[in-house]
Design a protein around this ligand. Sequence first.
Ligand code: MOS
Length: 739
Amino acid sequence: MDQIKESKVIGVATPRVDGPLKVSGSAMYASDHHFPGMVYAWPVCATISSGTLTGLDTATAEKMPGVIAIYHRQNIGKLYRTPPSAGFTMIVDEKRPPFEDDTIRYHGQYVAVAVAQTVEQARAAAECVKTTYNKQTHNVDGKLLNSALTSPKPEEKSKRGDTAAALKDAKFKVNEVYTMPVETHNPIELHASVAVYDGDKFTLYETSQAVVNHRDVMAAMLGVPPEKVQVITRFLGSGFGGKLWPWPHGLLAAACARNLKRPVKLVVSRQMMFQSVGHRPAIDQRIQLAATPDGKLTAVQQDYVNHTSILDDYDEGCGEITPFIYSTPNLLVTGGLARRNVGNPTAMRGPGAVPGLYALESAMDELAIQLKMDPVELRIKNEPTMDESLGIPFSSRHLKECLTTGAEKFGWSRRTPGIGSMKQDGLTLGWGVAACSWIAARIETEASVELRQDGTARIACGTQDIGGGTYTVMAQVVSHETGLPLNKIDVVLGDSSLPPGPISGGSWVTASMTPSVLEAAQKASKSLLQVATTSEGSPFKGKKQDELELADGMVRIKGQAQGAVPMGEILRAAKINAVSGTGKSDGTLGGKPKFSFHSYGAQFAEVTWQPEIARLRVSRVVTVIDAGRILNPPPARNQIEGAVMMGVGMALFEETMYDPRTGAPINNNLADYVVAVNADTPNIDVTFLDYPDYNLNALGARGVGEIGLAGIAAAITGAVHHATGVRVRNLPIRIEDLL
Ligand code: MOS
């Protein structure tokens, strides 16, 4: 496809087309759906973390007001496991369907579900179901690196050269362990499922970042053909990865609807959000670096272990970025899993890269100090000329410029390296920096575009808008292609019956959808021109198609505004309601790609430290992002700002704590699980370099959902060290670490 350079709409600040729906409260989220006769389900959660369910007494609960049914292993009906997944199909977080056996593997595992007329009645009944257990010892220990690993053993993820030899010989080296606790996604919109079953077909209103996969998984687990399931997610109150793949509650809602032949709503409580819908796992990482006296890396080794659940293998993939971000002849990344009695972990914003870069970039800062070298300079010194892990060229990499631009904007040259040496208004300042990267990709996508007699266009794609602006950016793409104004373009997403679209994950939607939407729009306009040249009543009848064009929503002789006819009139004259085109684009993942596709960035953080009252604040962040061409700058900036905030939370606050006695997450609410809020917001300065990556798609767009979080925590811990002299290697940073 030709590179698209000039555009009146692409790259232009464009208000979100779904904004009015959201601010007026008319956007329908999953749990907003109500249907006649709808009833409510509330799960019964295991109160132990390991053992066997020996008894379930539902007698009291069944007699409670409004209670319709209590379902459990004996009466829920048949539920199945999914067949093996391939690509982005049939992916499920917990392979075991709810109630499959009586073994309890984590606290909060569903053992029954109460259904009642109101949500209060369902909850009350669920709480009155009496459970008895045969308890066994559980393990929720957060120490992972040297713990007994049940399976699998740490394995090699990437290797080149002889790391052990290089580490042994080096004069300058770092060898440290960095740890991260469990983080819980906590999107404001709770996970929810409204299941409607008409005796033949399921319509499921879900909180899903991947409606097509969700449909296929639900069909497989319910044991029906995929055309008997339709999954709808029109809007999401974010997900951060927690809503990528189906969780057991959705299947419970569907099974209850199947049993009762009534619509069933199940909303996961905030407490359950900490138990049964995923989290970023606890992660321990050892980083070893070796360098020459002038700062050239000679070896990089990263050994990580993340926890996973008893039954499912979730690999955080912390070595995602390490093999290509710096030039080094010797490199080794290993990764392993440690089983714990926890719900299954899952992808959380920037999985792999975010924790991996926290450790790697912290170690780079420690190395710079050892070398008495500026940390920006150390990174520039190790800039590779190609992706050394795959032996292929970078498609578009401007990390150096991210670092130099960021340094300039931040005022880095004024930094004095001495601990606590910088003061401002009576506060001690600390400055830190980190580089970051995130994979860019196109994944398989189909889309269709219709041009209609009423002068509007309709884009349809079975993807969804997680909140980042997919509706708007796709309208911009079609507006660019057809010249129609945005208010004449309907974007229809969030429905599994539409042409299969990309998962809202990996920051891949924009790059993936753009080629297929462009192709669909081009085919639709070709079809329109065919109508114009062939139908009675068209002023262009008899002309050749390639003499004509669709511009500003009008059919005209190429380049001639005079005599242009609105597309609606052409279709009206031909008595055709709409012409359409479909587009299909392939993926770049898998196999050995031609180019190394990644986004890059540099994060500069300033903290203020008041030792007198032990007050630490992140006061300023300058972030420079190289994410290809930015199609709609305001929501893109918004993504980066939100990610920076999440990085502040990661560095200073977020930690899911498990009670060692019960194995239960104990700070399971938004009062005790502390996230960064407005009062914690630093001054955030976002710059996009805006270099189009035309190898990825015609518009040169990559994606911005995750990159902004990568590197932030390391920049902050580096700044904290600069201010206080304390190197915090176990997140989150606690005040007591600094005293
Ligand atoms: Mo993102 S963690 O790929 O939803």
